[in-house]
Design a protein around this ligand. Structure first.
Ligand code: CUA
Length: 312
């Protein structure tokens, strides 16, 4: 699965496109104004006495120092509010609702119940249908984080004790990288996620899959891994629906094997990465809330990784 280059300059969302257009208008305007100021400065420095007198004339200063900047800034404000602001704000009737909570240093994602589907929780990724507006409720469990998928929309802070909203609409199928855009502690730079825009039919399938309980282990190694998971106390912090593991401190792992990446975008999603994370997580993401589990013998650790990877 290829992830699109994370860039504000390559919008694949209606809101990101409006913001990118505004940015280009501002960039072009600022470039023209900067060149104008430079021309005036050169004229004032190098020009003859006649030109310099003109440049220091009251009317010239009033025009170029007050009237023109006021006109430009008023136009820009009107443009920003009407064209960009108005496009980014309004709610569509059939918008999909998602709730995301920022946590040090991962993303708790909840899809609330709708007429078609029951509620479920996932982590570190959102999947959305192409062409349909999504409203995301943003909150935080600890410190201020900021939700940002540059290819799809602008960024909005996630603030403890309040709920902010962001709306986005993907105009193209693909996987887009997002990241926390507000310094939130030591591992802030290790707090990424993915937003995958799927064709509506594929999205409906994904919704159905996500509502199922975790897949029961089939092979001997998967069974061993499942046993290790439950006996090792992993369920105190993690949920795998359909098992006794019902903890909610850490990410829900019911379908963790189907996710685009592990550890908030830091590791590829494979059995080896799971084992690596379980034993060395404090090295991979210092001070995260999961203790390093070095208690498992290598065979058990490998089985645990294989079991978690099987939770598609
Ligand atoms: Cu969360 Cu920076």
């Amino acid at each position: 699965m290829t992830v699109e280059a994370q860039s504000v300059l390559v919008p694949h969302g209606a809101d990101a496109a409006a913001i990118a257009a505004l940015s280009w208008v501002m960039f072009a305007g600022a470039a023209i104004i900067a060149l104008g100021v430079l021309a005036f400065a050169i004229a004032a420095y190098r020009g003859g006495p006649g030109l310099r007198k003109k440049l220091s004339d009251d009317r010239f200063i009033l025009t170029w120092g007050a009237i023109v900047p006021t006109a430009i800034l008023t136009t820009l404000l009107t443009y920003g509010l009407t064209l960009t602001g108005a496009r980014v704000m309004p709610a569509a009737a059939d918008e999909l609702k998602v709730e995301i909570s920022g946590e040090q240093w991962w993303w708790r994602v909840r899809y609330p119940a709708t007429e078609q589907s029951s509620a479920f929780t996932t982590a570190n990724e959102i999947r959305i249908p192409v062409g349909r507006q999504v409203e995301i409720k943003l909150s935080s469990a600890d410190v201020i984080h900021s939700f940002w998928v540059p290819n799809l929309a602008g960024k909005v802070d996630m603030i403890p004790g309040t709920v902010n909203h962001i709306r986005l609409t993907a105009t193209k199928a693909g996987i887009f990288r997002g990241q926390c855009a507000e310094y939130c502690g030591g591992a802030h730079a290790l707090m990424a996620f993915h937003a995958q825009a799927l064709e509506p039919a594929e999205f409906s399938e994904w919704l159905i899959d996500q509502q199922q309980p975790g897949i029961a282990p089939v092979t001997a190694q998967q069974r061993q891994g499942s046993e290790t998971f439950l006996l090792g106390g992993c369920g105190a912090c993690h949920t795998i629906r359909g098992t006794q593991a019902q903890g909610t401190v850490g990410p829900d792992l019911t379908h963790v094997g189907s996710r685009i990446a592990l550890v908030a975008g830091m590791l590829p999603n494979d059995a080896k990465s799971f084992s690596e994370w379980i034993a060395n997580n404090q090295h991979i993401k210092p001070n995260n809330r999961m203790p390093p589990f070095r208690i498992f013998p290598p065979a058990e650790l490998a089985a645990l990784g294989i079991y978690l990877d099987s939770l598609k």
